[in-house]
Design a protein around this ligand. Sequence first.
Ligand SMILES: [Zn+2]
Length: 350
Amino acid sequence: MRATSGIAFKLAAAALAIGILGSSGAQAQDAATAKQLFGSVKLPTRSDPEPLGFYAKGCMAGAVALPTDGPTWQAMRLSRNRRWGNPAMIGFLEQFSRDAARLGWGSGILVGDISQPRGGPMITGHASHQIGLDADIWFTPKPAQPLSIQQREDMPFTSMLDKSKFLTVDPKRWGSTNAKLIMQAASYPQVERVFVNPAIKKKLCETWTGDRSLLGKVRPIYGHDEHFHVRLSCPPGSATCQKQAESPASDDCNSKAFAWWFTKEPWAPPPKPDPNKKPVKPRQVMLSDLPKACAAVLAAPSRAEADATYGGNTMAYSQEPPVPAAAKSIDAAVTEPAADIPLPQQRPNR
Ligand SMILES: [Zn+2]
């Protein structure tokens, strides 16, 4: 057990010792938004792993990186530098990738964004993914032939939905292995939630014959039709990680809340702004909005990438510098609406 103030103090002391929190630095920090600050840090802290705060409002100390390549996984979009997580998440991904390959999901999984080196809010995509306990996994299996760094930048996402219909899974793309993959993800005790598009949850509700209680962990959300999102519980004993409400114990297939997704309301365009009123600029999240310890996390000394890569395997990023993809976020991908059919548009993650 470690209190927030304890880790904040230790990290702040370390930062002061190397003179990072000088007065001009502190002023620059005041003006920049939290996403600018956390988005510009390239390496994790050297401290013990700690999720600090909530999935959608926090940061992380002591992150480790998922190796870019493993026997049963490949990390995608390497230029985004978002393959950092709590060691519990990185260990989970390695285990899940082996189990996925065993299920017949290609030769393993393609891993999208986890978190930035010190977590925190991001400049593009994602409301969550801030404390190293969220990860995106593609609905495309890892091919037998490894993808090059450039292919990992450019490979397009494949939606599991038939976009000509309202919230409907495409039977040409979705099969029993997809269903097994999601339910496998939900089966681990440390997995708290698996976010998928409502159409995917519905398909599972209609077809899953295994343990139905696991379906309660499968949560409907906007987007998430070309990737799914796994969220782990706070690691046992972490005093600084803010827990989320438990997911339903039942399959949650017949609840009012789930039925709501299949009404018009969630897909209606937002109300037009009143032309007589001055538009209100949305307030940016500042460092002071995050847990206090996050200022110290930002300022703490770095750990080298090779040293902080889980299992020590890094494919030297510099050997083949990737051309950054047009900063299109996996979570910000917007579907092209066809005709008048209301289709899932990306909304902020809950
Ligand atoms: Zn996600």
